[in-house]
Ligand binder design. Structure first.
Ligand code: C2E
Ligand code: MG
Ligand code: MG
Length: 672
């Protein structure tokens, strides 16, 4: 438009010039004094002059009309563009604003009223930055300045106040309005309301770092906070903090007995109670490290890494006893019963503590792991306790890790062997069956189950070890049953570990092994300790029923070491009780133990259960057991667990019946 207007000026200038020329020409023809010298006009007659002038005027007119038409078209286009701009800006979902170089509003599209509630008059009465959040104002002004200088500004997000006082989040881009010489004359700003999108994005981020059930920070966020605490501790020698690993004792039992919904409700209540008791106001003084902007100093961070576990990052502690006090307070608060519907539930927790003063290169994951190790120590030493992590625990954990690796290798190398310990009938000392017991044949010698079974169970390696053991021992049984047939045939007892017992599909797995080995399930005894069976009686009953359906016999191992009574065991489809060695070994010296054994045998037989005495080492024990009507036994007196060739020699003796078993054992190469 400016160009066209410029051309219009030029046209007017040209018109004035032509008028002057015409005036001058006519004057020169009209007034004698204005006559041009005839010698200079020798070729032009008056007629030609007039014709020339008329042509000039005509040309000028044509040009004027042409320019006028051009101008008209540009004006129409401009009007059309203005109408289009208005149409777009007034119907656009985005808010469009035009401001001058001083930040005064020149135009605000109607979307402003729709989205932010301000009328055009209200906007016109305030400067463009008036409603912007004070914390964002500087950023917005800077971006506007940049847009003025460079032409197009960067995409920017900032908060603006709605007329109702709430804050909305806008996404904005600004473009400079340029003058004819390229100078900036203002800005066109397009603002989009992204409040809802932002909320959704924030929610996604929140969910990524928080636990869905309790809304506490999750493991990832906790590790991040720990990382920051470590960074502060590295810079400030006297910044000390602790990580507390809290595990609710026996939570599985609550979950299984009251249902998962109640279990979840309990976890939420625990989270709330922990948050309340960890609030900083009533704990240790704070604000000594406020110069570390990266950390919200003095905060106690509570997080839920998963399941029934909670972790606490307690900062600015003086010494480990401060952390123990925090743990004790947690224990106290949890001890107050929780109300869940009609239930009142008392909860205890095992707490592992890692206290950190001078920090080295430790990673957050390592500290969390150490706290967990300490928690396990607390759990193993009797629950409802707390333990502070020390180097011995670390050494223990490293050893366990090494053991786990070695066991996995041993599995591949076939280093796990099966030894068999006979079970005899006390009446005639005949071998009626065997218990299969694992041995680990390492280059440095045989390792006994006591040294690795517990770790194998915790790490899950036991599942593979026992699968192999079952297959080997069942095949072995078939072979011995063929070589040494009897009536009833020989039996094989195998131990089921806690981990195996909890494993889904255990019965399917055993059924497959039974088929693979071709053994008669009726000759197989599965030993489950009393503690495993009682841990979750309801679930145990289901699993035991499934196992029983395979046609195998079920035995309760180490009976007397748990807390159950015979009447509670009655619920389970068990066939045999194995009285723990601890009772048998004391029965000849302690009358009370003798009485216990007598009662167990009597009650068991009343319930139709077979009883096997474990760990029989003396003839006195045999006599006593016989007197209380115990019919079967197992122990070093008859044979230590032995490798198959030695067992075969025993079976040979057994067949001949010539040599009593306790004398034949001297020939067997024992290894137990
Ligand atoms: P358990 O099932 O109660 O096995 C009996 C243990 O008592 C065996 O120890 C056996 O050697 C020992 N024993 C038997 N008679 C006597 C005796 O007269 N005196 C003494 N002092 N001990 C006797 P072992 O083989 O060391 O096994 C210990 C425990 O390890 C077993 O106790 C069982 O719970 C577990 N275990 C062994 N092998 C396996 C296995 O393959 N799988 C599973 N899950 N656990 C196993
Ligand atoms: Mg056993
Ligand atoms: Mg036992």
């Amino acid at each position: 438009m400016r160009q066209v207007e410029g051309r219009e000026w030029w046209l007017w200038g040209f018109a004035v010039a032509v008028t002057l020329v015409l005036t001058f020409g006519i004057l020169s023809l009209t007034f004698p004094g204005f006559h041009l010298p005839t010698d200079r006009l020798y070729t032009l007659s008056l007629k030609e002059w007039v014709r020339g002038l008329v042509a000039l005027v005509l040309l000028f007119d044509i040009y004027t009309v042409y320019q006028h038409l051009l101008l008209q078209r540009v004006r129409r286009q401009l009007a059309e563009n203005t109408r289009l701009f208005q149409l777009i800006s007034e119907n656009a979902a985005d808010m469009i604003a035009v401001v001058d170089t001083n930040g005064h509003r020149l135009y605000n599209s109607p979307a402003y009223q729709r989205i932010l509630g301000y009328s055009p008059e209200e906007l016109a009465a305030t400067p463009a930055t008036h409603q912007i959040h004070p914390d964002d104002c500087a950023r917005v002004s800077e971006a506007a300045e940049k847009a003025r200088l460079t032409g197009i500004g960067e995409r920017l997000e900032y908060r603006i106040r709605h007329k109702d006082g709430s804050w909305r989040m806008l996404e904005s881009t600004a473009s400079a309005i340029r003058g004819p010489n390229g100078e900036s004359e203002g800005l066109v700003i397009v603002n989009r309301d992204i409040t809802d999108r932002k909320r959704a994005e924030d929610l996604l981020v929140h969910n990524a770092f928080h636990d869905g059930l309790t809304d506490l920070p999750n493991r990832a966020l906790f590790l991040d906070r720990m990382g920051r605490a470590i960074a502060v501790a590295r810079r400030h020698a006297d910044f000390k903090f602790a990580v507390l690993f809290i595990d609710i004792d026996g939570f599985k039992v609550f979950n299984d007995s009251l249902g998962h919904a109640t279990g979840d409700a309990l976890l939420i209540q625990i989270a709330q109670r922990l948050s309340a008791c960890l609030r900083r106001a009533d704990t240790i003084s704070r604000a000594r490290f406020d110069d570390s902007p990266e950390l919200p100093v003095g905060e106690n961070t509570l997080a839920r890494p998963g399941g029934d576990e909670f972790v606490v990052l307690a900062e600015e502690l003086g010494n480990p006893s401060d952390a123990i006090r925090v743990a004790e307070r947690i224990q106290e608060k949890l001890a107050v019963p929780f109300s869940l519907g009609s239930h009142k539930i008392g909860v205890t927790a095992s707490i592992g503590i890692v206290f950190k003063g001078h920090i080295g290169n430790e990673a957050p994951e390592e500290l969390l792991r150490d706290a967990e190790i300490a928690m396990y120590r607390a759990k193993h030493s009797g629950k409802a306790r707390c333990e502070v992590f020390d180097n011995a625990m670390h050494a223990g954990a490293v050893k366990r890790l090494q053991l786990e690796t070695d066991m996995r290798k041993a599995l591949e190398m076939g280093e796990f062997l099966v030894y068999y310990q006979p079970i005899v009938s006390l009446g005639n000392r005949q071998i009626v069956g065997f218990e299969a017991l694992t041995r680990w044949q390492r280059p440095q010698g045989i390792v006994m189950p006591g040294e690795f079974i517990a770790v194998a169970d915790e790490t899950g390696v036991i599942v593979s070890i026992n699968q192999q053991l079952m297959l080997d021992s069942f095949r072995q049984l078939r072979r011995w049953q063929e070589l040494f047939p009897g009536d009833p045939p020989l039996t094989m007892s195998v131990n089921i570990s806690p981990r195996q017992f909890q494993q889904a599909g255990l019965s399917a797995q055993i059924s497959q092994i039974l088929q693979q080995s071709g053994v008669d399930p009726n000759c197989v005894n599965l030993e489950i300790t009393e503690t495993i069976a009682m841990a979750d009686a309801q679930k145990s009953a289901v699993v035991l029923q499934e196992l029983k359906a395979l046609g195998v016999h079920l035995e309760i191992d180490d009976f007397g070491t748990g807390y159950s009574s015979l009447s509670r065991l009655q619920r389970f489809p068990v066939d045999t009780l194995k009285i723990d060695r601890a009772f048998v070994s004391r029965m000849d010296s302690d009358p009370e133990t003798h009485e216990i054994v007598r009662t167990i045998v009597m009650l068991a037989q009343n319930l139709g259960l077979k009883v096997v005495a474990e760990g029989v080492e003396t003839e006195e024990q045999v006599e006593m057991l016989k007197r209380v009507s115990c019919k079967w036994a197992q122990g070093y007196l008859f044979s230590k667990p032995a490798a198959p060739p030695a067992v075969e020699r025993l079976l040979e003796c057994n067949r001949r019946r010539a040599v009593p078993l306790h004398r034949a054992k001297a020939g067997a190469s024992s290894a137990g």
